[in-house]
Design a protein around this ligand. Structure first.
Ligand code: HEM
Length: 138
C-alpha cells in the first residue's frame, strides 16, 4: 500500500525523481541541459517550495511560473510533445510512490497548469509566427 503525499520529504522525493527522469527524456532533456542549462542547486529548492505551497499549503514560493516559461519559450518554443512528456513523467512519478487524495490533486493540478501553460504559449507562438520546435538563434 502506497502512502499519500504528506510532508516536505515526500515533495522532495517526487521533485527529485521527476527531474531525474525528465533530464533523460528525449523531448525534455536537451531543454533542461542545453537550452536552459539549469542550475539544479538553485532550481530544486524553488520546486520544493512550489509544490509544498501547491499541495501542502505551505508558504514560501513567490515566483511566477507562467513568466518563467514564457522566458524559456523565447529560447526554444515549447511544443505539444514537450508538454505531453512533462505531464506523463509527472503522473508516472506520482504513481510510482504515492496514492491518495493529495497524490490525485498533484496530478490534477500539474495537468491543469501544464494545459493552461501550453495554451497560452501556443497562442502566443501562433500570433508571433514562431516556428514551433525550432531553437531561436537571434
Ligand atoms: C514542456 C514543459 C516544461 C519545461 C520544458 C519546463 C522547464 C523549466 C525550466 C527550464 C525552468 C527554469 C529553471 C531555471 O531556473 O533555470 C522551469 C521553471 C519552473 N517550472 Fe517548468 N517546465 C515545464 C512545465 C512546467 C509545468 C507544467 C509546471 C507546473 C505544473 C512547471 C513549474 C515550474 C516552476 C514552478 C518553475 C520555477 C519558476 C520560478 O523561477 O519561480 N513547469 N521550468
Amino acid at each position: 500500500m502506497k502512502k499519500d503525499i504528506k510532508s516536505i520529504d515526500d515533495i522532495q522525493l517526487l521533485v527529485d525523481t521527476f527531474y531525474d527522469n525528465a533530464v533523460k527524456d528525449p523531448q525534455l532533456g536537451h531543454i533542461f541541459n542545453d537550452v536552459a542549462k539549469v542550475n539544479w542547486q538553485h532550481h530544486l529548492p524553488i520546486m520544493y517550495k512550489f509544490w509544498a505551497s501547491t499541495l501542502l499549503g505551505e508558504v514560501g514560493y513567490t515566483g511566477n511560473p507562467m513568466d518563467a516559461h514564457f522566458r524559456l519559450n523565447e529560447k526554444i518554443s515549447l511544443n505539444h510533445e514537450a508538454f505531453n512528456s512533462w505531464k506523463n513523467i509527472f503522473i508516472a512519478t506520482v504513481d510510482q510512490f504515492f496514492e491518495g487524495p493529495i497524490a490525485n490533486e498533484a496530478k490534477k493540478k500539474a495537468v491543469s497548469i501544464a494545459d493552461l501553460m501550453f495554451y497560452k504559449i501556443h497562442n502566443y507562438n501562433q500570433s508571433a509566427g514562431v516556428n514551433i520546435g525550432k531553437v531561436r538563434r537571434d
